[in-house]
Design a protein around this ligand. Structure first.
Ligand SMILES: Cc1cc2nc3c(=O)[nH]c(=O)nc-3n(C[C@H](O)[C@H](O)[C@H](O)COP(=O)(O)OP(=O)(O)OC[C@H]3O[C@@H](n4cnc5c(N)ncnc54)[C@H](O)[C@@H]3O)c2cc1C
Length: 380
C-alpha cells in the first residue's frame, strides 16, 4: 500500500477544508443549539461534487474513490460532526444503495438528483425495536398486483423528514426466515409516506434524525431495488462501505479535538508554564496522536481494499470500531486538557465530545462491529 497522499487527494482535501471554513464553521454552534438541519449547505456541497463523491460522472457524480471520500468526510468532520454525518449518510447509505443495487433506469432517475443535492437522500433500516437486530424488522411490504403496500415505522433515520427520497428496507417474507426483506425507493410526497418525530439528541444535533412513517403507502414494483428477498443482504454490503465513512467521521472529529487541545495546551499557562510542559498533559497528547494515526492507517487500508473491489467486511468493521472508540477517548482527553473551559460552549471540544459518541453507535454499535470482526476471523 502506498502511504503517500496523492496530489489529487490533497486538492480534494483543500476544497473540503475551504468549504468547511467558509460555509460551516461560522454557524456550527447556532445549528447545534437550535438543531437546525441546514439544507442550503448541502445544496452548496452538491455544486462541488461532495454529495455524489463515489457516483460515476456519467450519473452526474464526482467519480472519485474511497481515499478522496475519506478525506472529504474527515475535513468536514474536523469542523462539524453533524454535517459530516449527514454527508456520510447521504453518500454511503441512500446514494450508495442505489448505486450498488439499482437497475440502469433507476440509476438514471435518482443518481443525478442525489449527486447534485437537488434531492437529499435517506436510508431506513432501523426500527424502534430492531436496531442491532435489524433483520427482525416489522415494517412490511405486501405485493398487491403490480404494486407494493408498505406499512410500519422506521426510526432513527438521518433526513427522515427532510429527505426527498428514501431507500427503505421492508420485510417481504415470514419473520425470522432467510431472505425475507426487500429494498424499495420511496419519494417524498408519495401518499402514505411521511416524516415523524424528530429526535432531540446529545450530539450531531444539526444532522436531522427522525421517524419515517408508512401508512398503506403504495408504490409500483418499478421502485424495488434488486431482487425480492435481497434487501437485508444488500444492506449489509451498503454498511460495509458506510462504515468506512463513519470511521472517517470519527477520525475527523478526533483530529479536530486533538488539534484544538494541542494548541490550547501551548497557550494555557499554569504554575508559570504552558500546561503542555506537564507530563500529565504531554503524555495525553502523545496517546492522542498515536491512536489517531493508528485509526487512520486502518481506514486507509479499508479504503484501499474497497477501491480494489475486494471484500472489506472485516477491515471496515475494524476501522469503524477502532476509530470511533479512539474518537470518544481523544475528545474526552481534549475536554480534560481544556479544564473548565472545555466544559463550556465557548470552546469547540465539548461539541466534539458529544458528537464523537454517535460514531460508536450508528451503522452498528462497537459491540456489533466486534461480532462482525470475530465472525470473519473465525470463518473456516
Ligand atoms: C444519530 C443517529 C443516526 C442514525 N441514522 C440511521 C439511518 O440513517 N438509518 C438507519 O437505518 N438507522 C440509523 N440509526 C440507527 C442506528 O444504526 C442504531 O441506533 C444502531 O444500529 C443501534 O441500534 P439500537 O439503537 O436499537 O440499539 P440496540 O440494538 O438496542 O443496542 C443496545 C445495546 O445493546 C448492545 N447489543 C445489541 N445486540 C448485541 C449483541 N448481540 N451482543 C452484544 N451487544 C449487543 C448494543 O451494542 C448496544 O450497546 C441512527 C442512529 C443514530 C443515533
Amino acid at each position: 500500500m502506498n502511504f503517500q497522499v496523492s496530489e489529487h487527494t490533497q486538492h480534494v482535501a483543500h476544497t473540503a477544508k475551504d468549504f468547511a471554513q467558509q460555509y460551516i464553521k461560522p454557524h456550527v454552534m447556532d445549528w447545534d443549539e437550535s438543531q437546525v438541519f441546514p439544507v442550503s449547505v448541502f445544496k452548496e456541497m452538491g455544486k462541488l461534487g461532495l454529495m455524489g463523491v463515489l457516483v460515476p460522472e456519467k450519473y452526474g457524480g464526482a467519480g472519485l474513490g474511497y481515499f478522496e471520500y475519506k478525506t472529504i468526510i474527515e475535513e468536514i468532520a474536523k469542523v462539524c460532526g453533524s454535517i459530516g454525518l449527514s454527508l456520510a449518510a447521504h453518500n454511503s447509505l441512500c446514494t450508495g444503495h442505489i448505486l450498488s443495487f439499482a437497475n440502469e433506469e433507476q440509476k438514471k432517475k435518482y443518481l443525478p438528483k442525489l449527486a447534485t443535492a437537488e434531492w437529499i437522500g435517506a436510508w431506513g433500516l432501523t426500527e424502534a425495536n430492531t436496531g442491532s437486530d435489524a433483520g427482525n424488522m416489522k415494517c412490511t411490504a405486501v405485493k398487491d398486483g403490480n404494486d407494493w403496500i408498505i406499512n410500519g415505522t422506521k426510526n432513527w433515520i438521518t433526513h427522515g423528514i427532510s429527505g426527498d427520497v428514501a431507500v427503505v428496507i421492508c420485510r417481504t417474507g415470514e419473520p425470522r426466515t432467510k431472505n425475507n426483506a426487500t429494498a424499495f425507493v420511496v419519494e417524498k410526497g408519495t401518499p402514505g409516506f411521511s416524516g415523524g418525530k424528530k429526535e432531540n439528541k446529545l450530539g450531531m444535533r444539526a444532522s436531522e434524525t427522525s421517524e419515517m412513517i408508512f401508512d398503506n403507502c403504495r408504490i409500483p414494483d418499478s421502485n424495488r431495488l434488486g431482487e425480492v428477498g435481497d434487501g437485508f443482504k444488500q444492506s449489509l454490503k451498503v454498511l460495509d462501505g458506510g462504515r468506512i465513512s463513519i470511521a472517517s467521521l470519527a477520525l475527523g472529529i478526533a483530529k479536530g479535538a486533538y488539534e484544538a487541545a494541542l494548541k490550547y495546551s501551548q497557550e494555557r499557562y499554569q504554575f508559570d508554564k504552558p500546561i503542555s510542559s506537564f507530563q500529565g498533559i504531554s503524555f495525553k497528547l502523545a496517546d492522542m496522536v498515536t491512536e489517531i494515526t493508528a485509526a487512520e492507517l486502518l481506514i486507509l487500508q479499508a479504503c484501499d481494499l474497497k477501491n480494489r473491489g475486494e471484500s472489506v467486511t472485516k477491515l471496515s468493521a475494524m476501522a469503524k470500531y477502532y476509530a470511533s472508540e479512539v474518537s470518544v477517548k481523544v475528545a474526552n482527553d481534549a475536554v480534560q486538557i481544556f479544564g473548565g473551559y472545555g466544559y463550556t460552549k465557548d470552546f469547540p471540544v465539548e461539541k466534539f465530545y458529544r458528537d464523537a459518541k454517535l460514531c460508536t453507535i450508528g451503522e452498528g454499535t462497537s459491540e456489533i462491529q466486534k461480532i462482525v470482526i470475530s465472525r470473519e476471523v473465525l470463518k473456516s
